[in-house]
Design a protein around this ligand. Structure first.
Ligand code: NAD
Length: 279
């Protein structure tokens, strides 16, 4: 692969980690970056994660542009950015929800090209201040290309993600959003609502008494509230369906407890344990 010019738009946790991973693994790449926060832009220039600021006619030099800003703004910003690229260039994104942006940019299969992406990596912390080059190591990145996207363009994006240590899989955008409503979005809802329930209970609950369980289980309730509110809106349909299914399961368990149905609870917990142990 020739030495590519890579652009990264949004230098927060994901974009910053990508810049650090690529600059470390592939010094032959030119990495241009932009963030509306001057502080983050300067930090990434200073530590050498990016070599240049992405602005003006620099967009015409970019071969692959990664969009790594909050999902809610990604459609509008993505549309503006792709219009600045050469016709052989690629825009890809990192958003946690894929349907809305893939629908918005579905005409971009002939060049410039849009290829949806989602790295399954992250922490409950955000911003360039918390990024690190190994974030994607041994993680999976999902790409959601259109049927008409040329294989050579998909290979190019794949090869860049592989340089971060990630494995890359291709799925449909709709399937991605259905699965992630269950495996990522619902766990965040449960963690947030559990902490909310404790915080709003009418007698003070001393959380200092909690052993690992409460703390481990609710770690993700420390995630960025704005980012998660936006994800809820972007994947509303799938999330509401997943939530409905979860509530049914919770009510089942409540009934078993009320009825002191120990064999029933055992069956319920055993099924869960078996599934969890198989992961
Ligand atoms: P972040 O808040 O750490 O970083 C976002 C960056 O984008 C910030 O530096 C912000 O200044 C910049 N930004 C916002 N709007 C901008 C705009 N209009 N123009 C230029 N810069 C702008 O967020 P993040 O965790 O890096 O998330 C980025 C994307 O990655 C999101 O779409 C998110 O869904 C996705 N993602 C996040 C995680 C995670 O766990 N954090 C995991 C996988 C995917």
């Amino acid at each position: 692969m020739k030495n590519l010019n890579v652009g990264i738009y949004g230098l927060g946790l994901i974009g910053g980690s990508l810049a650090k991973a690529l600059s470390r693994s592939s010094p032959e790449l030119t990495i241009m970056g932009y963030d509306r926060s001057r502080k983050r832009l300067h930090m990434s220039l200073e530590d050498g994660s990016i070599t240049e600021v992405l602005r003006g006619n620099k967009y015409k030099e970019v071969d692959v542009l990664f969009l790594a800003i909050p999902v809610e703004r990604s459609k509008e910003v993505g549309r503006k950015l792709i219009a600045k690229l050469r016709t052989d260039a690629i825009l890809t994104d990192c958003g946690s929800v894929k349907g809305p942006i893939c629908d918005e940019l579905s005409e971009y299969t002939k060049g410039p090209f849009f290829i949806g992406g989602h790295p399954i990596a992250g922490t409950e912390k955000s911003g360039y201040e918390n990024c690190f080059p190994d974030l994607f190591k041994s993680r999976v990145v999902f790409l959601t290309p259109y049927k008409g996207t040329p294989a050579s363009k998909i290979r190019m994006v794949k090869s860049l993600w592989k340089r971060t240590g990630a494995r890359v899989l291709e799925v449909g955008a709709g399937y991605h959003d259905h699965v992630f409503a269950f495996v990522s979005h619902l766990p965040h809802i449960v963690a947030y609502s559990l902490v909310h329930a404790v915080a709003t209970f009418d007698s003070a609950l001393p959380l200092g008494y909690s052993a690992g369980g409460f703390k481990d289980f609710t770690r993700i309730a420390s995630s960025d509230p704005t980012m998660w509110s936006e994800i809820m809106v972007e994947n509303k349909r799938e999330i509401v369906m997943a939530l409905r299914h979860f509530k049914k399961n919770l009510s089942q368990l409540e009934a078993l407890i009320r009825e002191e149905d120990v064999p029933g609870m055992n069956r319920y917990f055993n099924l869960s344990k078996k599934k969890r142990d198989s992961i």
